[in-house]
Design a binder for this molecule. Structure first.
Ligand code: C5P
Length: 318
C-alpha cells in the first residue's frame, strides 16, 4: 500500500431525489422494503480529509448545519471504520464537511457525506479500493450510501442498497425547496403503516421496476411517472408542506413532491430557464428554493491526488 504525497484530499457526492418511491409492508425488523428510482441531483456535499494529530470533524455550509453531529456519532466516522476493516492503517483525521445538501431533508445528505468520505480516505491513505470494494464498504453504513457512491439514475431495491444502474439520462430540471421544519423518518413510515391499516393510504404497489424497464422514465413524460408513497404521510404529519407544494405549483412547476420522507420538496420543471423562474418566484415569497438538475455523476474526487492541484490548500476554517 503506497501513501500518496499529499496532505489534503477533497471528494464530493451528490444529493438524490426519488423519482419513484414505492414502500412495501415492514419486514420482521420493522424496516420497509423499497422499490425506488433514484436520481442524483447536481447539489453536492464536499468532504475534505487531512491527516491530523487527533480526530476532528468540522462542518460548514449552505443553510442551517447546526443539526449535523460533530461527535463520533456522525456517519463519516463509520465510513472511516469501514475502511479500517478493509486493511487500512488508521491515522487520525480532520474531516471537514462543506454542505450544500439540506440537513435531514430527505435528500441523502448524510449518505453523501459517508460516500464522499469513503472516496476521499481511500485516496488519502492510498488504499486503491475499486468501486466494488467501496460499494461493499458502503452497504452497512446506510441504505442510501451505495447510491450516493454510484450517482446517476438507478433502480433501488431491498432497502435501497440493491442497485441496478439505468443506463439512460433523464433530462430533469427541478427546484429544491428546503424547509425550516423537521420531520422524523420513522414517524413518516409509522404514519404510512397506520394509514394503510385504516384505509387512508393505498396498499403497496411496487411497480417501479416496470416503470424503469418500460423506459417510461426516458420518455420525458415524468409528470405521469413521479410518485412517492411517503408524500401523503409526510403531509399528514407536517401540514406546512402543503403550503410549499401549492406555492410551487402556483409558481408554474409541473408537479411538486415530497423528497423521500421529507420535509424537503422538489418541483418538476420543463427546462433550466423554467426552474430558474419557478425558483425566483418562490424566493420572492420568502421560500428557500433553488434550481437544480440531474447529474449522471456520483461520489468523486474533487482534487486528483496525482495532480499538482491536490497540493496544500488553505485548511477549512474551524
Ligand atoms: O434509513 P434511516 O436510518 O434514515 O431510517 C430511519 C428509520 O426509518 C428506520 O430506523 C426505520 O424506522 C425507518 N425506515 C423504514 N424503512 C426504510 C427506511 C427507513 O422503516 N426502508
Amino acid at each position: 500500500m503506497s501513501t500518496p504525497d499529499v496532505w489534503q484530499i477533497t471528494a464530493r457526492a451528490p444529493a438524490k431525489i426519488n423519482l419513484v418511491l414505492r414502500v412495501g409492508l415492514p419486514d420482521s425488523t420493522g424496516y420497509h422494503p423499497l422499490v425506488t428510482v433514484f436520481q442524483a441531483i447536481d447539489l453536492w456535499d464536499e468532504v475534505t480529509v487531512t491527516p491530523s494529530e487527533c480526530d476532528l470533524l468540522t462542518v460548514s455550509g449552505l443553510g442551517d448545519v447546526s443539526g449535523v453531529p460533530v461527535d463520533d456519532s456522525n456517519i463519516v466516522w463509520r465510513a472511516v471504520v469501514a475502511l479500517e476493516a478493509r486493511g487500512a492503517k488508521r491515522t487520525p483525521l480532520h474531516i471537514h464537511l462543506s454542505k450544500q445538501i439540506p440537513v435531514a431533508g430527505g435528500m441523502a445528505g448524510g449518505s453523501a457525506d459517508a460516500a464522499a468520505t469513503l472516496v476521499a480516505v481511500n485516496a488519502l491513505w492510498g488504499l486503491g479500493l475499486g468501486s466494488h470494494d467501496l460499494h461493499q464498504a458502503a452497504v452497512p453504513l446506510g441504505a442510501d450510501v451505495p447510491f450516493s457512491l454510484l450517482g446517476g439514475l438507478a433502480l433501488g431495491e431491498g432497502r435501497g442498497e440493491t442497485l441496478t444502474p439505468l443506463d439512460r439520462e433523464v433530462p430533469l430540471h427541478v427546484v429544491i425547496v428546503r424547509s425550516s421544519f423537521e420531520l422524523s423518518t420513522p414517524a413518516v413510515y409509522r404514519e404510512l403503516d397506520g394509514g394503510r391499516e385504516s384505509g387512508s393510504y393505498s396498499h403497496p404497489h411496487l411497480e417501479a421496476r416496470d416503470l424503469a424497464s418500460m423506459g417510461k422514465l426516458a420518455s420525458g413524460d415524468l409528470v405521469h411517472v413521479v410518485a412517492n408513497d411517503l408524500h401523503d404521510p409526510a403531509r399528514a404529519l407536517q401540514p406546512d408542506i402543503d403550503r410549499v407544494l401549492s406555492a410551487a405549483t402556483e409558481a408554474g412547476a409541473l408537479a411538486a413532491l415530497v423528497s423521500g420522507s421529507g420535509p424537503t420538496v422538489w418541483a418538476l420543471c420543463e427546462s433550466a430557464a423554467h426552474a430558474q423562474d419557478v425558483s425566483s418566484t418562490l424566493v420572492s415569497q420568502g421560500i428557500d428554493a433553488m434550481p437544480s438538475c440531474a447529474t449522471a455523476r456520483g461520489a468523486e474526487l474533487v482534487s486528483d491526488p496525482s495532480a499538482p492541484t491536490a497540493s496544500p490548500r488553505v485548511p477549512p476554517s474551524r
